[in-house]
Design a protein around this ligand. Structure first.
Ligand code: PLP
Length: 400
């Protein structure tokens, strides 16, 4: 009998985590490495959030709480959905979890059986297909390339749905492409879903507050209220409030799913950290104006990175509407050779070349299900970004 379960054998360790760990190791060994693989804001958690956590510790809020969130945090989540998204959930329609990753994990484990299918547009966030595979269900990957702005079209969605489809996962703004759906684009996809009443929609809105220019964030349950009862609207504190380490994610959605998610959580992690819940409550209900200022800082970095990458030989980079990633196409570099004669066959070879030749750590497109491309995270200072892009330009120019 094998030691490890079939479920664990079906999944891969997160490749984004792997690249960041390698970069950290090389740095610790003294190599000059620029890290563009990190999926977290470089800003600090706001002071008012930290103060709320310290006050919670002093009040003795250091014990078990209700499994899927304190009443205060659930109320804050309810308030957030009403304020930001015009979504009105009852308190038993929201859940708080140990990071957005657990929110997704709970939702998928609670609903998927072997044979079920989940439609996932590519490029996708690395964990979706693995969590689906862990459940024994089948990820149905729909390629959405640069020519269609990395966005799923209604025709593609319609073609991907079968009798076995349980979920469609939409992530807007997207990790890794930064592409975001307008309200009209969501409505058109919603129209397709209305024709398939057995399909549920999971919207991952974790980059909601990181959008640029006059782009207005929208989410499906808001723009197509007829899908409210079939949509799980997921979000979290990590990206908006620079709280990746605190581990708070949450969702609003249909009661049976929310209850089943709590059941799973009660048999796995129990409640999220009590102190982190107090911090997230403050984040969601406190001043929100700094979010716009931070988005503006990200926007300036986006413009810098898009411009510098488009000056690199062989790269084509679109201008994303949100998140803090760009996903340049590198098809013109495939088939070229390093100065010592090695062929660049894949985007993974290219990422290795960037690391070897110029010490730039980033994640190849294959990890996100769409090649040949790579993801650059620009959640770092403009000085570091400028240096990194110059290095990428040199590494591209050195290929023959
Ligand atoms: N969804 C997307 C698209 C993400 O990029 C991430 C984090 O990288 C998550 C969900 C999960 O975030 P967390 O578990 O930190 O809340």
């Amino acid at each position: 009998m094998p030691l490890l379960s079939a479920a664990v054998e079906r999944i891969q360790p997160s490749q984004t985590v792997a690249v960041s760990s390698l970069a950290r190791r090389l740095k610790a060994e003294g190599r000059d490495i620029v890290v563009l693989s990190q999926g977290e804001p470089d800003f600090d958690t706001p002071d008012f959030v930290k103060d709320a956590a310290i006050a919670a510790i002093r009040r003795g809020e250091t014990k078990y709480t209700d499994v899927d969130g304190t009443p205060a945090l659930k109320k804050a989540i309810q308030t957030k959905f009403a304020r930001d998204n015009n979504l009105y959930y009852a308190l038993d329609q929201v859940t708080a979890n140990v990071g957005g990753k657990q929110t997704l994990f709970n939702a998928l484990v609670a609903t998927l059986d072997p044979g079920d299918e989940v439609v996932i547009p590519a490029p996708y966030w690395v964990s979706y297909p693995d969590i689906v595979a862990f459940c024994g269900a089948t990820p149905v990957i729909v390629p959405c390339g640069i020519e269609q702005g990395f966005k799923l079209t209604p025709a593609q969605l319609d073609a991907a749905i079968t009798d076995r489809t349980k979920w469609v996962i939409l992530n807007s703004p997207s990790n890794p492409s930064g592409a975001a759906y307008t309200a009209d684009e969501l409505r058109a996809l919603g129209e397709v879903l209305l024709g398939h009443p057995h399909v549920f929609l999971l919207t991952d809105d974790i980059y909601e507050h990181i959008v640029y220019g006059d782009f207005r964030f929208a989410t499906m349950a808001e723009v197509e209220p007829r899908l409210f009862d079939r949509t799980l609207t997921m979000n979290g504190a990590s990206k908006a409030y620079a709280m990746t380490g605190w581990r708070i994610g949450f969702a609003g959605g249909p009661r049976p799913i929310i209850q089943a998610m709590a059941k799973i959580q009660s048999q796995s992690t129990s409640n999220p950290c009590s102190v982190a819940q107090a911090a997230a409550t403050a984040a969601l209900t406190g001043p929100q104006d700094f979010l716009k200022a931070r988005a503006r800082a990200f926007e300036a970095r986006r413009d810098l990175v898009v411009s510098l990458l488009n000056q690199a030989d062989g790269l084509r980079c679109t201008t994303p509407q949100g998140a803090f990633y760009v996903f340049p196409d590198c098809s013109a570099l495939i088939g070229r050779h390093t100065p010592d004669g090695r062929e660049i066959r894949t985007d993974e070879d290219l990422a290795t070349w960037f690391l070897e030749s110029e010490g730039v750590a980033l994640v190849h497109g294959g990890a996100f299900g769409l090649s040949p491309a790579f993801r650059v995270s620009y959640a770092t200072s403009e000085a570091v970004l400028e240096e990194a892009c110059r290095r990428i330009q040199r590494a591209c120019a050195a290929l023959v």
